[in-house]
Design a protein around this ligand. Sequence first.
Ligand code: FMN
Length: 177
Amino acid sequence: MNQTINDLKTRRSIRKFKDEQISDEDLKIILETGTYAPTGRGAQSPKIVVIQDEETIKELSAWNRSFFPVEVPDDLDPFYGAKTLLIVLADSEMPTWVEDGASVLTVLVNAAHAVGVGSCWIHRARDEFASPKGKELLKEWGIPERYEGIGHVVLGYPDMEAPEPLPRKEDYIHFVD
Ligand SMILES: Cc1cc2nc3c(=O)[nH]c(=O)nc-3n(C[C@H](O)[C@H](O)[C@H](O)COP(=O)(O)O)c2cc1C
């Protein structure tokens, strides 16, 4: 099978990582590939924030957990102990900002898989960066306030077998005569 098609079909969300940081080389490839994601009008509206500081990731994990719609245990780590956290933000003044951010996230997770890095797309970035703390963080990071959160990607070398994908639903593809 064509390598790209194979990679796209075999990528699975990884939720257990080895206790080692990913190499700078792998990170660079993943990030650079992410910047080639299609975006509306080719405007490249998203930004990819990269965090590898353990304390910061821990803090952001607790913050992310606070946005779960249901009560969850205090020790639940929504970032699964990953040592690299990417946050995709997008410029809300662009008409396609949500789609642009999702496009970048999709490319990031697939690029990671292509170089043997496990990843998982993590939700609740929209809530985070709409909050006062989110606005504060943007300021601290030197990013304009109009940027909104789209999603996170956690990265690490997999410490689990990739799970079997669910069967694809029968009516996923709908041909019109
Ligand atoms: C918009 C979106 C939000 C997601 N949020 C989370 C999340 O917060 N936590 C998590 O563990 N997985 C999250 N995922 C991963 C999905 O659960 C996963 O892609 C899905 O179960 C299919 O599994 P696969 O990625 O292994 O094919 C998210 C995926 C998407 C596209």
